[in-house]
Ligand binder design. Structure first.
Ligand code: F0G
Length: 461
């Protein structure tokens, strides 16, 4: 029987949640154009739309806010954040920014332009967008194991290094602007990357003189997976594993809204403090984000991030975090419900293509399942599949995703076991009714880029 590891925290402040009926929710999702991002959060019972910025801060973080120095330049908060980041990552230069995509926007143009490529183990959607906004194109080489959701392999997030080298030689190393290693690999289902795979990827980048950037949003969850699953790392601390990864890259972009457990914030790290592109980073930051010692954040946010970076790396916390996902997965296994297994670090990725084999990718099975779960119990998840991937930027044709997932991303320190149990029972109800769903959805309006955040849909009758 699946066992739940007890929370390593207690609750000091609570937020009431509205209880709604199925009828109410059917109307609410219709009014939202069948798009989860257009729902009002007060109409949601358990919100797993994202684990980004939805975390509960600790008493230490709330106290740190009071130390916030709101000076425009040279704030004490900035120096506290830099000291924490240097201690953890060991890099020479750090640039705070308001969130992960800002880090991408500020850093990527130093390496990417028209005619260049960025290659990743998989891109998150905003990362893909910033590669394309810089004029470059995305190529992906994810471990093929990730496509088989039923295969329980330890490092499904890995880079396919053979394919990486093949693409580099085919396209010409001079045309590859950067390689991005996403840890954990969000789009593959929050799946980890091994230290050995990071070493192999870095060796290829060094061989061809290609810049290596870590997309570090969930670096701590990845480190915990490595500790648990990679035998040579079992006696290393989370900090030692983190150092081992970051020593192998040139830069990182980080959304601090995930593992640094804040509601807003991001960070760029550059290993070489004399790298010439630091000037460009500072200039872009001043134009887009704000002066480089605050990067679009309040002084108090920099302090909350400095504390959160350490809390996010606490081993007891991470052990609980991953055990929660494992519990969720094992309960789904008991019902025979398919998801990307083993469970990812930040959520459960239900295999919507296996719920609804009768629904083709261009009727968006992941979106269908998100809507059914919302109607069933007020759970909000989202499509990580063809609806999210959108259209080819050159041909305008709908792309087909490797997987059709409905992602349930679990906010940190927010929900309890009872919430998870309620959600698991509701998923099982939707699973039992899966054959009654005959068709999917069509898009009635979409913007040209990142369409899934705003598009409206209607059911195909
Ligand atoms: N990289 C990864 C791997 C991400 O998961 C995200 C955000 C970003 C970059 C961008 O960071 O949101 O702070 O600008 N992921 C969120 C999600 C939104 O729901 O997975 P951001």
């Amino acid at each position: 029987m699946a066992v739940f590891l007890a929370e390593p925290y207690k609750i000091k402040v609570v937020e009431p949640i509205k209880v709604t009926t199925r009828e109410y929710r059917e109307q609410a999702i219709k009014e939202a154009g069948y798009n989860m991002f257009r729902l009002k959060s007060e109409d949601v019972y358990v919100d797993t739309l994202t684990d980004s910025g939805t975390n509960a801060m600790s008493a230490e973080q709330w106290s740190a806010l009071m130390h916030g120095d709101e000076a425009y330049a040279g704030a004490a908060s900035y120096y506290r954040l830099i000291a924490a980041a240097k201690d953890i990552f060991g890099y020479g230069f750090f640039q705070p920014v308001h969130q992960g995509r800002a880090a991408e926007k500020v850093l990527f143009p130093s390496f990417l332009e028209k005619g260049k490529y960025a290659i990743a183990n998989l891109f998150f959607d905003t990362t893909r967008a910033h590669v394309e906004l810089a004029g470059a194109r995305c190529l992906e080489c994810c471990n093929p194991e990730a496509a088989d959701t039923q295969l329980k392999a330890p490092f499904k997030g890995n880079m396919d290094v053979e394919k990486l080298e093949k693409i580099i030689t085919e396209k010409g190393p001079e045309n590859i602007g950067m390689v991005v290693m996403t840890i954990t690999n969000n789009s593959a289902g929050g799946q980890p990357v091994s230290l050995q795979n990071m070493r192999d990827t870095a060796a290829i980048c060094q061989k061809y003189h290609i810049h290596l950037n870590i997309d570090a949003a969930r670096f701590a969850e990845n480190a915990m997976f490595v500790k648990l699953r990679e035998p040579e790392c079992k006696d290393m601390s989370i900090k030692e594993i983190t150092r081992a990864f970051f020593d192998l890259a040139d830069t990182f972009t980080m959304s601090a809204k995930k593992d640094a457990i804040v509601n807003m914030g991001g960070l760029i790290g550059v290993k070489d403090e004399e790298a010439p592109y630091i000037l460009k980073i500072k200039a872009n930051c001043i134009s887009f984000e704000g002066f480089y010692t605050y990067g679009g954040l309040n002084g108090r946010d920099l302090d909350a991030m400095a504390v959160g970076l350490y809390e996010g790396m606490d081993e007891n916390w991470l052990r609980y975090r991953l055990a929660t996902m494992e519990y969720f997965g094992e309960r789904l296994d008991e019902y025979g419900i398919p998801y990307q297994s083993p469970a990812g670090g930040h959520g459960i990725f239900l295999d919507a293509a296996k719920f609804y084999p009768q629904i083709p990718y261009n009727e968006f099975p992941g979106q269908v399942l998100s809507i059914e779960l919302y109607k069933e119990c007020g759970l909000r998840g989202c499509d990580i599949g063809s609806f999210m991937i959108g259209n080819d930027p050159d041909t305008g044709k709908q792309l087909k995703s490797i997987n059709e997932f409905t992602r349930l991303a679990i906010p940190r320190r927010v929900y309890t076991q009872t919430h998870y149990d309620m959600v698991i029972e509701a998923i099982n109800e939707v699973w039992k009714k899966r054959e009654t769903i005959k068709r999917g959805y069509r898009i009635t309006w979409e913007p040209p880029i990142l369409r899934h955040f705003q598009a409206t849909l209607e059911p195909i009758e």
